[in-house]
Design a protein around this ligand. Structure first.
Ligand code: BG6
Length: 483
């Protein structure tokens, strides 16, 4: 179903995110018939390009980043025909009048994507207002990082609030746009089976792992100032934690969902230093030039920034008190794998005696790749050997179970941009949520900075530093293998 007619202005329209994600994503939506034929995408950036040059740049971006297979050349030409370009100075006057002439006075949905450094948010917002583009109907989209601590996030929120109402601000966390992340809510709240068991009485602990095989690549400068805590935990892992732990919202509606997420974040316990393990990846042996270690990659031989973090926290509320939540994320790990694992408690009594062995139900929700759900159940080991118990997986891989049309994924960015046009904020972070997440994150970071903590080295392609294994082992638990 096509969305309403829109003009989408992309500030930073020649940048990396626009070329890799936003524009190829929009093309795929175009191919799917979701983008109206009269809708316009207006790139706005510093580069001295004209519309023709911009269209060529986008053609190349689509060829390079995978949008092209979506549909044929004819469609591509039509799509490119819907693009415009304005050379703009975010801190000056150049280009603003031209932009104004393009977008003001139409009765289209107007959306402005700030795909630029946060230091420019204020300048752009101010100019949008000055040139009459910040009316009550306009929507703005802002990217992470939304600040680097509570103070900067507050100040960004304050700046944006000068020009826009909260219901006009769409803060992207692309994890919320992932199909399987939304599926988390469907699994929890669309089934009777899980919810009665979803609490500290039945759940022993929960693990959230987002492991990556990539290193910091060409983003060393940004990454070395952020680290895994700011880059991944404060946002993506926090969102996953919220969705897995929140109370059922009354409706799947923006504030109903965001209110519940906020309560989870506010109930998170402070994390003790001995519940945190930070690591830095080492070079790949015998292939150092291609896969250097973290410090070489970021060109900072004394860097103390973490490319891996594992931590244990708890949620102080009625449902979860006493249940550990273990979070872990890192680069250059053994496999690309994002998984949430709910480990249930032992049965209260084994009627088969201790020799049969004790087993636990484990529900594992695999977010990427190979999305699916596995429920480990205990059965009798087949054969005449008496009553011995074993675990078997009840396995559902979405790709195998569902019609391929249903697993032909809509990329997170595509979905989220279409939600902006539809005016649906459910999958976007509210200002107070982001601030609460920083309020929990800040003391953790301040703590290790004050201790001069040095991250532990870990092998390329591993599960992270051995201390991370110990974090669970000393509590009689084990991480699920990264595979
Ligand atoms: C980004 C982080 O937000 O998410 C990157 O800045 C990370 O460091 C990326 O690699 C992971 O996203 P995905 O969709 O590949 O899991």
């Amino acid at each position: 179903i096509p969305v309403d007619l829109f003009d989408l202005v992309i500030f930073g329209g020649t940048g990396d995110l626009a070329r890799r994600k936003i524009l190829p994503g929009l093309f795929r939506r175009f191919c799917a018939g979701q983008m109206p034929a009269e809708a316009r995408i207006i790139g706005a950036a510093r580069s001295e390009l004209d519309t023709k040059g911009y269209r060529e740049m986008v053609r190349e971006a689509i060829a390079e980043f995978g949008g092209e297979q979506a549909c044929g050349d004819e469609h591509l030409e039509k799509f490119l025909g819907q693009l415009e370009y304005v050379t703009i100075d975010a801190r000056g006057d150049q280009g603003w009048k031209e932009l104004q002439q393009l977008v003001v006075g139409t009765d289209r949905v107007e959306a402005y994507y700030f795909s630029v450094a946060p230091s420019l948010f204020g300048d752009i917002a101010e100019r949008l207002q000055k040139w009459g583009m910040a009316d009550d109907e306009a929507r703005i989209v802002v990217e992470k990082p939304f600040g680097r601590d509570l103070a900067t996030a507050r100040s960004l929120n304050k700046t944006l609030a000068t020009y826009f109402n909260e219901d006009q601000i769409y803060r992207i966390d692309h994890y919320l746009g992932k199909e399987t992340v939304q599926n988390l809510m469907a699994v929890r709240f669309g089934n009777m089976l899980f919810e009665p068991l979803w609490n500290s009485q039945y759940v022993d602990h929960i693990q959230i792992t987002v492991a990556e095989t990539v290193g910091v690549g060409g983003r060393g400068e940004y990454y070395d100032k952020s680290g895994a805590m700011r880059d991944m935990v404060q946002n993506h892992l926090m969102q996953l934690l919220c969705l897995i732990a929140m109370e059922p919202p009354a409706q799947f509606a923006p504030d109903a969902v965001r209110d519940e997420k906020l309560k989870v974040i506010r109930a998170l316990e402070a994390v003790a230093p001995y519940h945190i393990v930070r690591g830095q990846y080492q070079a790949e042996p015998c292939n150092e030039s291609e896969n250097p270690g973290y410090r070489t990659a970021v060109e900072n031989p004394r860097s103390r920034t973490e490319s891996f973090i594992a931590l244990r926290t708890e949620i102080s509320n009625w449902r979860w008190a006493g249940t550990p939540f273990y979070l872990r994320t890192g680069k250059r790990m053994a496999a690309r794998s994002s998984e949430i694992t709910v480990v249930f408690k032992d049965t209260p009594h084994s009627i088969f005696g201790d020799e049969a062995g004790r087993h636990r139900n484990v529900l594992s929700i695999r977010l990427q790749p190979n999305e699916g759900i596995t429920l480990g159940v205990t059965i009798k080991e087949p054969g005449p050997g008496g009553m011995r118990l074993i675990d078997v997986p009840l396995d559902m891989s979405f790709a195998e179970t569902l019609d391929p049309d249903h697993v032909d994924h809509v990329d997170a960015y595509e979905r989220l941009i279409m939600d902006v046009i539809r005016g649906n904020q459910t999958l976007f972070m509210r200002g107070d949520e982001v601030e609460a997440a920083w309020a929990w994150t800040d003391p953790i970071i301040e703590g290790w900075e004050a201790r001069n903590d040095v991250p532990k080295p870990y092998d390329h392609g591993s599960e992270g530093p051995t201390d991370a294994t110990e974090l669970l082992r000393r509590e009689g638990r084990e991480w699920r293998k990264v595979k």
